[in-house]
Design a protein around this ligand. Structure first.
Ligand code: ZN
Length: 65
């Protein structure tokens, strides 16, 4: 078979292209990576929201004093 990225001829059993290193099991690997990325992005957003809440709360307490 041929690499979908660079067009190099690769083994049928190859998991990644030997020339460009792209994953050849796209339909299986990519959704997992995307799920992980989405989970990390969601975690980062919720962490940012949490930090914002902490900063706002700290600001309120600072203004009271
Ligand atoms: Zn390739």
């Amino acid at each position: 078979m041929f690499c979908s990225n660079c067009g190099a001829e690769v083994s049928e059993k190859a998991v990644v292209c030997v020339k460009c290193g792209v994953s050849l099991k796209n339909e299986f690997v990519q959704p997992v990576q995307q799920t992980v990325r989405l989970a990390i992005a969601g975690l980062a957003i919720s962490l940012l929201g949490l930090i914002e809440i902490i900063l706002i709360t700290a600001g309120i307490f600072a203004s009271i004093k």
